[in-house]
Ligand binder design. Structure first.
Ligand code: ARG
Length: 270
């Protein structure tokens, strides 16, 4: 008998991919010589947003800025603890203006913000599972930011060492399913980090390489409904088996920039 799962209504911040393209290469998924179709990206993104609307989640929008083609990946824009925003400070110069742009959105919305002095890429590398916060490092987010984050939000931050460049952000290697359940791809982590995950989540869903390779773990769960790349078929079956409702949403165009549904979604934790 699968476990009964409960959805909790969420509040998300998203950014339309109006100016999306691959104008530079900062992760192994990006290839400037592969053409992108911005209109298709917009249609796929709208489908994702519509799905959140239909599930009863509240979606806020930030205005896209010309010249910032990766701004659609809202997850990187900041991270929130309970009511407090810790701003992003991007690794690569091409994305650096996004940090202040997202921080301004939160400040204008009335949230207290802590401006990061250490490099971190928001919810791309920082995932909340119940009372615990997992922070990736190895490719983008610095180890020093993990402590700064902990001071900002007052929740325990657990460092995770990422070792495979295809899974350069924590949200490409691990997916939060509920307040006490996750899915992850073990090979994306150092041996020690993997042992930490095994210890904390002995019953976690272990993703296959085929699922991880299509960024299947870059999904969004509300506790019951899990939005994921439809190409991650084994993952979808495993989710259904565990009592979740997997919903495949095709974001193939945004995968050309190295992101999926989760990358496009920043949770507002008020
Ligand atoms: N092109 C973007 C980058 O490399 C993709 C970001 C994907 N976002 C994420 N949350 N994993 O920075």
């Amino acid at each position: 008998m699968p476990v009964t799962r409960d959805a909790r209504p969420r509040r998300y911040l998203m950014c339309p991919p109006t100016y999306f393209t691959v104008a530079y290469e900062i992760n192994p998924w990006m290839h400037q010589d592969v053409p992108t179709d911005t209109e298709l990206a917009v249609r796929q993104w709208e489908e994702l947003k519509k799905t959140y609307d239909e599930l009863g989640h509240e979606v806020e929008l930030i205005e896209p800025i010309p010249g910032l083609p990766d701004m659609v990946y809202a997850a990187n824009g900041a991270v929130m603890g309970d009511g407090v925003v810790y701003s992003a400070k991007f690794t690569y110069p091409q994305r650096q203006p996004e940090g202040p742009a997202y921080e301004k959105w939160f400040a204008d919305a009335g949230f207290p913000t802590v401006t990061a002095t250490e490099i971190n890429e928001g919810e791309g590398d920082i995932l909340t599972v119940g009372e615990l916060v997992f922070a990736g490092t190895g490719f983008r987010t610095s180890l020093a930011s993990h402590l700064e984050l902990q001071e900002a939000i007052g929740k325990p931050v657990i460092s995770m060492h990422l070792v495979d460049p295809r899974f350069y952000h924590l949200d490409t290697a691990m997916m939060v399913l509920s307040d006490d359940d996750i899915a992850y791809y073990p090979e994306a982590f150092s041996d020690g980090s993997r042992r930490v995950l095994e210890r904390l989540f002995p019953d976690a869903l272990i993703a296959t390489e085929a699922d991880a390779e299509v960024l299947g773990l870059n999904g969004v769960s509300d506790g019951k409904n899990v939005i994921h790349n439809p190409r991650a078929t084994a993952l979808a079956a495993a989710l259904a088996e565990r009592g979740y409702n997997p919903i495949g949403i095709d974001t193939s165009e945004l995968l050309k920039g190295g992101g999926g549904a989760k990358c496009c979604t920043l949770e507002i934790r008020a």
